[in-house]
Design a protein around this ligand. Structure first.
Ligand code: SAM
Length: 227
């Protein structure tokens, strides 16, 4: 929210990236059924090329994931949009993200909600994402290093939880930390392929829907995979 108010320091970026983003939104997102105008607007604005190594910047808006170091990846733009849309954010939510990675998805969530709490298990990635998000003026983001399968107890409950790594099952602790009416989006399956699931928590029920098949890196932790 604050980031929007103060304006980004990349207002003078090259026109090429702006065009690449516009094409990404039209050809990869709208054409595949992403409809939420807020999601489309923010993905057309956030400079994804800054979240990858300089050598990969020209491929940042391509239709696939890219390496970000430490054997981890930044997700394909369509997957980021699909997962974000599924959280149904309106602007006032408190969101927990598991797997900060490059910080790109964190930025998207931060532009669409009130506050994002993000957990990353690899310190070097968490440090880099923290620096970049600070530089870009995302003051509504808190990143910590740790095992995200255990959630962030002190800040619970959350209106939305997004897990950006592949889980063998839905971590019970994350379901506990989801508030009533909240949504969790999480890829569940084996190490090679998963189903992206959305679970909505009602007063005394959980409603689960399957959104797509997908492939993510492993969620490593106490309620995830062993290293
Ligand atoms: N959303 C990220 C982005 O936009 O760049 C991509 C995330 S990447 C696909 C998955 C991330 O989850 C990796 O950075 C990995 O280190 C992290 N991860 C895996 N297990 C984790 C855990 N238990 N807690 C926190 N982070 C974890």
């Amino acid at each position: 929210m604050l980031a929007r108010a103060c304006g980004y320091p990349y207002d003078n970026e090259g026109l090429d990236y702006a065009i690449a983003r516009e094409r990404m939104v039209a050809e990869q997102l709208v054409s595949r059924g992403i409809r939420d105008p807020r999601v489309l607007e923010v993905m057309g604005r956030v400079p994804r090329h800054l979240f990858v190594e300089e050598a990969l910047a020209s491929r940042a808006y391509s239709d696939y994931p890219l390496p970000i170091g430490e054997k981890q990846t930044i997700s394909q733009p369509y997957m980021v949009a699909l997962m974000t849309e599924a959280l149904e954010l309106e602007g006032m939510e408190r969101v927990l993200e598991i797997g900060t990675g490059s910080g790109y998805q964190t930025a998207i969530l931060a532009d669409l909600s009130a506050k994002v709490y993000s957990i990353e298990r690899i310190k070097s990635l968490a440090d880099r994402a923290t620096r970049l998000l600070d530089q870009l003026g995302y003051y509504n983001v808190l990143i910590k290093v740790g095992d995200g399968t255990l959630g962030w107890k002190e800040e619970a409950p959350f209106d939305g939880i997004m897990v950006t790594a592949a889980a063998p099952y839905v971590p019970p602790t994350l379901l506990e930390q989801l508030g009533e009416g909240g949504r969790i989006v999480i890829p569940v399956g084996d190490a090679y392929s998963q189903i992206l699931k959305k679970i909505t928590k009602g007063k005394d029920y959980l409603r689960e829907t399957s959104l797509a098949s997908c492939v993510f890196v492993k969620l490593v932790g106490e309620q995830g995979w062993n290293e």
